[in-house]
Design a protein around this ligand. Structure first.
Ligand code: LCV
Length: 262
């Protein structure tokens, strides 16, 4: 097993396994961890694995606490720009030539929720919960991320999750379409590895081209340059707002945010 200090990577029976490994920070998605995930996927592609499982250590209560809030810029830079490690990691998952399966125990927050639903399938334990949190922090989420949720959950469930920012439990996650299966904690590893093994016996070329078509078709939402510039100007106003700073500072100061709408 290859270990960079924030993730563990191994290959078993043509399945790559990436284990998030920063428990002190609740597996918060730091730039360093995200860059290691991107490099690990590149290595696993060279090994021609037939599937990848992204997981945390067995039995964690927090799968990932989401984007590292300490790394959110406060200087008027887009926190979720396409060049950012989180966006590059989400893209790396989407273009990986084999299915990427998120095996989730514990709670999933923010950008980690986006990462889980960007995976091709999610296997959750009964204690898994999912929350998309930009509204709680004052972050203007981006169009590509919102599209991931619309594609996976449909409009009404996606809106409920974004507007409340509240965690949903495993039963709701199954109902909303976030998870493919809910499996008991003591069986979830075997279930997920068997799923990966089933995939590994099929044609990798066929699966690769089918996955790429899923990606192209689900992202096929042409918008005009005006619409894109309109979105970006609205988002800029938010990540340059006092509320955005208040959301981040309130987390750091461990207090409830007091948003003023400006
Ligand atoms: C930095 C952290 C984090 C963290 N960053 O343990 O989707 S968006 O747009 O919102 C995007 C910007 C995004 O993903 O934002 C992040 C969204 N994540 C969250 O809202 C979850 C924030 N974390 C929590 O609510 C709690 O930490 C949970 C419930 C995950 C775990 O609670 P628990 O009581 O078990 P602590 O809160 O004590 O966390 C342990 C240490 O990890 C830090 C946290 O500040 C604490 O550090 P200290 O020991 O120095 O106090 N930490 C946790 N999450 N996302 N740092």
């Amino acid at each position: 097993m290859e270990t960079s200090n924030l993730i563990l990577t191994e290959v078993k029976n043509q399945t790559g396994i990436i284990t998030l490994n920063n428990p002190e920070k609740k597996n918060a998605l730091t730039s360093a961890m995200l860059n290691q995930i991107i490099l690990s996927l590149q290595d696993l592609e060279k090994e021609k694995v037939r599937a990848v499982i992204i997981r945390a250590e067995k039995g964690v209560n927090v799968w990932s606490a989401g984007h590292d809030i300490d790394e959110l810029p406060l200087n008027g830079i887009d926190p979720l720009g396409q060049e950012k490690p989180l966006e590059r990691a989400l893209n790396a998952i989407q273009v990986f030539p084999a299915p990427v399966i998120a095996m989730v125990e514990g709670s999933v927050w923010g950008g980690a929720c986006d990462m889980a639903i960007t995976c091709d399938m999610v296997i959750g334990s009964p204690d898994c919960t999912f929350a998309i949190t930009p509204a709680k922090i004052g972050v203007p989420y981006n169009a590509s991320g919102i599209l991931h949720f619309i594609n996976r959950l449909g409009l009404s469930h996606a809106k409920e999750m974004f507007f409340t920012g509240a965690p949903i439990d495993s039963e709701a996650a199954l109902h909303f379409g976030i998870v493919n299966h809910i499996v008991e904690n003591d069986k979830i590893e075997e279930f997920t590895f068997k799923l990966a093994e089933k995939i590994s016996h099929n044609s990798p070329l066929s699966i690769n081209v089918i996955k790429e078509q899923f990606r192209i078709l689900t992202n096929a939402h042409p918008i005009t340059p005006n619409a894109f510039e309109h979105i970006e100007s609205l988002r800029r106003k938010v990540y340059c707002s006092d509320d955005y700073k208040e959301g981040i500072n309130s987390f750091k100061e461990k207090r409830r945010p007091d948003f003023k709408g400006k």
